[in-house]
Design a protein around this ligand. Structure first.
Ligand SMILES: Nc1ncnc2c1ncn2[C@@H]1O[C@H](COP(=O)(O)OP(=O)(O)O)[C@@H](O)[C@H]1O
Ligand SMILES: CC(C)(COP(=O)(O)O)[C@@H](O)C(=O)NCCC(=O)O
Ligand SMILES: [K+]
Length: 242
């Protein structure tokens, strides 16, 4: 499989993100077939937090495109994962860690990664090759919708920026949801970081959250899909050198 005409797809719980011929985008699952037909990638490499994705295998089969699926491997690239059963670790979290290490390969800091997608996850690398562990919390949209679903009187809120304390129900929900994520990220950095820590933030809600972070951070919108590209590059190079 070649690298550049390969379509890289990171499939999250909400939607897929792609990297193709150096470009990035969001791909709703309903549009996978059309995207494959229009672009005719030479091959597809994908990661998925929800098992095999039928939209991808069906579209690829119909156009005779080769497909490979990325799964978590303990020790890959010398990264030791904190999970005993690494098959339980979300592949998106793993790819984010692989890419974060690559970004700081020359100038190493303790790395803290926050991925604000459907769920909000964090992972901490104490040293380049050592995953210390992480956390999983509800994502912003999920938090807002759980308030709506589990109460009589709260409305469904479309999240937006939360500059100050709420002055009506919607703005109170907005503030509470956005700032609970901000507070979780900041407290995790304070607790598990060091003077040399680097916070990296990605995911669909990273923009909304990072506006309120009172500490330095690096925004990497394509962290996971770039990690998938890196994974595949290492896999291919590894395969050709052995
Ligand atoms: N246009 C959008 N469609 C869906 N989610 C969006 C959109 N814009 C922002 N979001 C937020 O981004 C989250 C999904 O982020 P994303 O990183 O794509 O998730 P995942 O990797 O879990 O599929 C949603 O839960 C929502 O809070
Ligand atoms: C925690 C997640 C739901 C996050 O998924 P996402 O928000 O990217 O859709 C996903 O990484 C997952 O299903 N993980 C498996 C459980 C674990 O990581 O322990
Ligand atoms: K996530």
């Amino acid at each position: 499989m070649e690298l550049e005409n390969t379509l890289y797809l990171d499939c999250g719980n909400t939607r897929a993100k792609y990297r193709y011929q150096g470009e990035y985008g969001v791909l709703p699952y309903a549009e996978v077939q059309r995207f494959f037909t229009d672009n005719q990638p030479a091959s597809v490499v994908y990661s998925s937090v929800a098992g095999a994705r039928q939209e991808i295998t069906t579209a690829a089969d119909s156009l005779e495109i080769a497909v490979a699926r990325c799964t978590v491997e303990q020790g890959f690239g010398d990264l030791t994962l904190a999970y005993e059963d690494v098959s339980r670790l979300g592949v998106d979290r793993w790819l984010a860690m692989l890419q974060a290490r690559a970004l700081f390969s020359d100038d190493y800091h303790r790395l803290l990664i926050a991925d604000a997608g459907t769920a909000l996850t964090m992972d901490i690398l104490n040293s380049p090759n050592q995953h210390a562990g992480g956390l999983i919390a509800p994502g912003l949209r999920m938090s807002a919708s759980s308030l709506f679903k589990n109460t009589v009187d709260l409305p469904e809120v479309l999240l937006e920026d939360a500059p100050g304390l709420g002055i009506d129900t919607r703005s109170c929900i907005n503030y509470g949801v956005v700032h609970s994520a901000v507070a979780l990220i900041e407290s995790t950095v304070v607790r598990f970081g060091s003077n040399e820590s680097q916070l990296i933030i990605t995911g669909g809600d990273a923009g909304l959250i990072s506006r309120h972070l009172s500490m330095p951070f690096l925004y990497q919108p394509n962290l996971v899909v770039d990690g998938l590209y890196l994974y595949w590059k290492l896999k291919i190079l590894g395969e050709t050198t052995t």
